[in-house]
Design a protein. Structure first.
Length: 199
């Protein structure tokens, strides 16, 4: 288990499209001050298939989710539903004490280090929920996969079927295993199991 990860019983009211200026994902309407909800950047929680479906209008699936802040330097165009991002600081470090910052795949610590899956567009600097493992959906840029194929991600955060030998370059950009065959660009259901992930 990764150091600095805190598990919580927090259950959000929605998974997809969370884009909040508040670290608790809720703010008082007049003052803008955070409202206590149980959410805090770095908190990890598990949702069953039924819970995830209800909280995402059938987009998300069973798995581990995390409350995070998107780095202000992230490229907003690379933060969309199903795009892979990465951690940009280590939780509890001197640069981000008590919080967890993520960014788009092109600005992360290094490819393969603590990847996450975005669940919608997020304004850089705001807080959101990301998926860190489980049954999820990744965005493929074309005819990306057949069932059981390894999916690798590029610097944009989009995935494609991994090609060539499974050397260090494929393992470093590993995003998951396809659970469906796709013929066009769009979301592909996959078993997300990052080898260097946080859970």
């Amino acid at each position: 288990m990764a150091q600095g990860i805190t598990f919580t019983n927090y259950v959000p009211t929605s998974l997809v499209g969370v884009n909040s200026p508040s670290p608790t994902l809720a703010a008082e309407a007049v003052t803008g001050l955070p409202i206590p909800t149980g959410a805090f950047p770095g908190n990890v929680f598990y949702l069953t298939e039924q819970q995830a479906q209800q909280l995402s209008s059938d987009v998300c699936h069973a798995g581990w989710y995390m409350v995070v802040q998107v780095d202000a330097g992230a490229t907003a165009a690379n933060i969309k539903l199903g795009y892979v991002g990465q951690q940009s600081t280590i939780a509890g470090s001197n640069t981000a004490p008590g919080s967890l910052l993520v960014t788009d795949a092109s600005h992360g610590l290094a490819i393969g280090i603590n990847p996450v899956v975005f669940l919608g567009a997020v304004t850089p600097g705001n807080y959101t929920i990301v998926q860190v493992s489980g049954d999820g959906q990744l965005y493929g840029s074309g005819a990306v996969a057949a069932v059981g194929e390894v999916l690798a991600y590029a610097s944009t955060g989009e995935v494609a079927a991994a090609s060539g030998t499974y050397g260090a370059n494929i393992v470093a950009s590993f995003a998951g295993i396809s659970k469906a065959t796709t013929g066009t660009a769009g979301l592909v259901r996959a078993e997300i199991a990052f080898p260097f992930g946080t859970v």
